[in-house]
Every structure is written in structure tokens, then in C-alpha cells.
Ligand binder design. Sequence first.
Ligand code: SAM
Length: 272
Amino acid sequence: MRLEHYMKGMKRHLNLQSCEASQALKRKLGDEDILKKYMIRSTFLMLCGELSNKSVLDLACGFGYFTRLAKSLGAYRVIGVDISEPEIEIAKADNHRGEIEYLLGDASEHDSPLLSGLGSFDMVTAIFLLNYLGTREKIYYACRNIAGCLNPGGKLIAFVDVNLQPDRKYGFTSSAKKPLNEGDVMRGIIYHEDRKVCNFNFHYWHLKTFEDALERAGFDAVESHDPIISEQGMVEFGERFWQEILERPNSKAITCHKPYNSHLKQDIERRI
Ligand SMILES: C[S@@+](CC[C@H](N)C(=O)[O-])C[C@H]1O[C@@H](n2cnc3c(N)ncnc32)[C@H](O)[C@@H]1O
């Protein structure tokens, strides 16, 4: 009942087409989203390393797909934060054992009091957060907040959209007017069985814009990674199916570390 109530909210929130709310929800939860299930998840697993006895903050957690994954990989403290109330409420409704804390908050707020009050974590994830930020300043603020939430040596895994995705066979397309300039709005559309399920807007930024903002925020070893397809994805769909997206991925992962000898203002203030 509670989930149905929030699905109605989601339908309004995501501008869903009629009767498609449950499909959109399933996709967002990860069950139907083949890119998330076979590409982003496997790339995340390749990059995240051992999580047992680690603490994880999942920014822009949405319905909590990667928040739940971090918990299932053994992280002892897991918090998900998202700016959207309906998404957080659905994440909470799917948090059966109450092991994850979900909070409503803006990850790009300047020196976010919410985030700085959470303590520090071994890993922060920001899976498709940064493209939602419409200015370079907000991207920088989000990167500073992330650095402030990490223990020295702690790691960030972010996923960012870097290319348009024209082919709807992967269940998702993104488009924009051309020529594509930094900060331009991109239109994302989610499909289920070839029908539009929902659409949403985000922003185009060069990979380098994200990397520069992370370095400016004090991160070391900023690296980008092409996505990989899981073995299961290869078996179910075949190599040929994935060829286009592997040759020209619409998204990439970024990893970086907070230096052990961080001189971030937030850390110095904590030490005083
Ligand atoms: C594409 S969804 C990704 C959700 C989740 N990370 C996943 O991969 O399943 C992007 C999410 O970013 C959230 N978001 C956008 N701007 C945000 C902000 N400033 N702070 C926190 N969350 C934000 C949206 O509400 C949405 O849930």
C-alpha cells in the first residue's frame, strides 16, 4: 500500500506516461534497466573493492539500488542521500531490515551542513549525480562536499554521462540540440519494450570538467574508466548487442582518492 502511494507520487514526479509507473519504478529499482543491471553494476563491482567493515555514503541514491548493493557487499554503515523526496520515500519503503539510513538533501549545497554532520566515510558513491548539476560552481561544491565526507585515503566512485545515447535498444536514449555545448540540457528517455516510459532532463559536461572540479576539490589519482559488461549480460544478449555502447559508451566511471595528508578547509576545521 505504501509503495503504491509513492508510485503515484513518482508518476507525477517523473512525468510518466499513463499506466507505466510500475515499469518505470521497476526500471529505476534496477530490475528492468539493462544498462544498470549488466553494465553500471558490473563496472561498479570492478571498481569498488572490498567493502566489508567499510562505511559508504551514496549521494544521489535515487531508489537505493547502489545503496542496497553496498550494504549487501558487507559495508557496516550505509547512508543514502537524494534531493527527491519521492525517491527517498521509495528507497525507505524497500529498506526491509532498516539497515540503511536514507536522508533528503542537496549534495551540491555550498558547504552542506547536512553532509558535514554525517561524519566521514571510507567510500562515497555518486552514481549519475554530477550531470544533474547545471553550473560548474555546483559541480565544484558537490566535489568539495564529497571530499569533506571522506576519511583520508577514502575513495569516490562516480558515474557520469559523457556522450549522447541515440540507440533505444538499451532501453535509454539521450539527446540534445547540436552543437552540444558545456552545460546544455540533455533529454533522457526511458523505454520499456519500445514504449516511452518517462523522460527527464540533465546536463552535458565534458569529462574533463568533472575531473578538474575533483582535482580542485583536493582529490588525488583522478581516473576515468570505460564501462564493462557482466558475464551474465554477455550470455543473455550476446557480444554483438553490446558492441555499439562499448565502442562509444554514453557514460564513464570516475574514481579518485582523498589524500592522506589532506589540507581541506573542512578537515582543518574538524581538527581544531
Ligand atoms: C539518474 S538518477 C540515479 C539514481 C541512483 N544513483 C542510481 O543509479 O540508481 C539521479 C538521481 O540524482 C538525484 N539528484 C539530482 N540532483 C541532486 C542533488 N543536487 N543532490 C542529491 N541528489 C540529486 C535525483 O533525484 C535522482 O534520484
